[in-house]
Design a protein around this ligand. Structure first.
Ligand code: SAJ
Length: 425
């Protein structure tokens, strides 16, 4: 199969689109990155980034400097179009395909014989065949014959995107075998992992199963944590010992599941096959109920304290990222505020937040209970004696089992961990 692509147009310059566009540009392609937000386009054209991701700034800067990457508000003619726009969840827990539809429609005028269209956005099974193909065929061209269409789900882990982008195995689903081969020719230019070809609906299903697998496992860990609290033992000790079994890998319990992937994607299966997706739905509900459990636990710890002030450490959905989409920490803060608590928030990574973000000292000063909700590395370096000095009451609630319990106790804190019940023996 001839590899004759040179111009690539990437639609959506977010967590997936921007790394994709810049890595392709540093691999010799002429790339146009398209985003509907003018500030994103301006930032990227200035060689800067609007999101936090290790190593991304360097790659984007190099790509812009080399003249191989340019950002624009509208798509331009290209050999390959890669759609990497968000697929959020509607309030009815359905996939909101508006951005995918808009992106697909915007490239119709640019389609020509031999164009390759790739969807990377996580989508319900059947999307390429039922939604994208009919839109592309408005061009008068035949999808599969004249124009090639493939689904290539991204599998990178935020925080490790650039490494995983190159190293991970990729699944490519073609609307027909020729489309899959054409997409393989593109990915072969920069992917070092293995590439597996299949059909579009199987590839769409693979992506959803991967993230559902993780959600269900985290739900199991969270449920086990609640059971351990009831039984008066430590989930962390139970999990550590269970994980000594060669075929068991218990996930970490925590304040819930956030991010734009794992907390969203399983619903796409429920949407398409509600009757069959019973464990999938239950896992979502279990994980979604965790922020309330955390807020309840904090309220209980603060009982008896007059006008308690809660200091929240971490708003991002997981460690060492700046992303607060679907973050359970945001829900915990909302819940606490809704109950009338004064809540102060500190997160060294997050830049944009619905709540004012304070320095560590401002956050802890005069606080009665410090609740650790995200396991950022910086929090391990907090000096418990300094925290004790700043705070009014000394209560610590760690939802991630991150901090050194002995050191915090030694500094005079009453320490509570999510998943650890009052000892009964
Ligand atoms: N979490 C736990 N316990 C755990 C692991 C995670 O509570 O044991 C929580 C995290 O704190 C976070 C959420 O789950 O709130 C999700 O974090 P994550 O690191 O598991 O996943 P994401 O959403 O950052 O990235 C996932 C990845 N999928 C899998 O690992 C199967 C990534 O490879 C995907 O590319 C990404 O979703 C995506 O875009 O779909």
């Amino acid at each position: 199969m001839s590899d004759d692509f040179s111009a690539v147009c990437v639609l959506g310059l977010g967590y997936i689109g921007l790394p994709t566009a810049s890595v392709l540009a540093t691999h010799g392609f002429q790339v146009t990155g398209v985003d509907v937000a003018p500030h994103v386009v301006d930032t990227v054209n200035a060689g800067a980034i609007h999101i936090e991701e290790p190593g991304l700034q360097t790659v984007v800067y190099a790509a812009i400097q080399s003249g191989k990457l340019r950002a624009a508000l509208q798509p331009e003619s290209a050999d390959v179009f890669i759609i990497a726009v968000p697929t959020p969840l509607t309030p009815e827990k359905k996939a909101d395909m508006r951005f995918v539809i808009q992106a697909a429609e915007s490239i119709v005028p640019h389609l020509k014989h031999g164009t390759l269209v790739i969807l990377e956005s996580t989508s319900p099974p059947g999307t390429c065949r039922e939604l994208i193909m009919p839109i592309l065929e408005r061009s008068g061209l035949n999808v599969g014959g004249d124009v090639h269409l493939a689904y290539c789900p991204e599998r990178v882990l935020p925080g490790r995107i650039l490494t995983e982008f190159i190293a991970n195995d990729r699944i490519i689903g073609g609307i027909n075998p020729t489309s899959a081969e054409r997409a393989r020719a593109l990915y072969d230019r920069f992917v070092e992992g293995r590439i597996f070809l299949t059909d579009t609906t199987t590839a769409e299903m693979v992506k959803l199963l991967e993230n559902t697998f993780r959600d269900v496992n985290i739900a199991l860990a969270n449920e086990a944590a609640l059971i351990c609290e009831r039984m008066g033992v430590s989930f962390w000790e139970v999990a550590r010992l269970a994980n000594r079994h060669p075929r068991v890998k218990v996930h970490d319990a925590g304040p819930g599941v956030g991010g734009h992937c794992i907390s969203v994607d399983p619903w796409f299966l429920v949407e398409k096959a509600a009757e069959e997706s019973r464990i999938v739905r239950l896992a979502r509900e279990r994980n979604d109920a965790m922020p309330r459990h955390v807020a309840d636990a904090i309220a209980e710890l603060a009982e008896g304290v007059k006008s308690p002030k809660i200091a929240v450490l971490g708003l991002a959905y997981k460690a060492n990222v700046d992303d607060i989409r679907e973050s359970p920490a945001v829900r915990v803060v909302d819940c606490l505020r809704g109950r009338g608590f004064e809540v102060a928030v500190h997160d060294p990574h997050v830049k944009h937040s619905p709540f004012p973000l304070l320095s560590l000292e401002q956050c802890l000063r005069g606080a009665d209970c410090v609740a650790l909700l995200t396991n950022h590395d910086e929090f391990k370096a907090i000096e418990p004696r300094q925290a004790a000095e700043w705070m009014r009451c000394r209560i610590l609630y760690d939802t991630r089992n991150l901090l050194d319990v002995a050191a915090w106790k030694a500094a005079g804190f009453r320490v509570h961990l999510l998943g650890v019940g009052e000892t009964r023996h």
